[in-house]
Write a protein that binds this ligand. Structure first.
Ligand SMILES: [Zn+2]
Length: 196
């Protein structure tokens, strides 16, 4: 599932949180030195008649501007960057972030959590890490195979990491990592969601 960053073909997103995480994992094609800036403010709502939103961001290194068009579910509510919200309520794997990137996100968030002195924030980061591992597990379609299909790695760099060390991405390892992460109680999720 290659990502076509053309404004004509929207990228399929399941939530604003998924978009935030996607920007964090997307390297600037202009300087290839840094990922794009995750948004620190509220993302725009789609117009009532539309299901797509345009997101503008810049590279954290060279300031090169980037523009993406995302197709997003009509009931997705704009999310503050630090809120805890479900990433993808469907059982379908992400089309924006591949399996290796979800595992990397887990590691980044869990490290952030370990360095965070505010206990509440640290827990929220660790829960977010756990949600990323949940997204990684959606790529395992064959219950008899502990290894994911190669199609689960749609970035070239991810695919070569998988080829070099497939055991890093085995279901067993991801389940073992997730067992070390906290599980959210429903009340810890953003109020947006429980109001529905
Ligand atoms: Zn750049």
């Amino acid at each position: 599932m290659p990502n076509e960053n053309s404004p004509l073909s929207p990228l399929v997103a399941h939530s604003y949180m998924e978009i935030h995480l996607f920007l964090q994992m997307t390297v600037c094609e202009n300087c290839t030195a840094a990922p794009l800036q995750p948004l620190s403010h509220n993302l725009p709502s789609p117009a009532p008649s539309e299901s797509a939103i345009t997101v503008f961001t810049t590279c954290g290194h060279c300031q090169h501007p980037h523009e993406f068009l995302f197709e997003i579910p009509k009931d997705a509510l704009p999310t503050k960057f630090d809120e805890l919200t479900p990433i993808n309520k469907t059982s379908q794997p992400s089309q924006l972030i591949d399996l290796a990137q979800w595992v990397t996100l887990d590691q980044m968030l869990y490290e952030d959590s370990s360095n965070e002195s505010d206990a509440k924030l640290a827990r929220r980061l660790a829960i977010k890490a756990s949600l990323c591992l949940g997204e990684a597990l959606k790529f395992f379609q064959d219950p008899d195979n502990d290894l994911p299909p190669v199609e689960a790695f749609f970035q070239e760099s991810s695919r070569s990491r998988f080829m070099q060390n497939p055991q890093l991405y085995s279901r067993q390892r991801i389940l073992a990592l997730r067992a070390k992460r906290p599980v959210a109680t429903p009340s810890e999720f953003s109020q947006h969601d429980s109001q529905k």
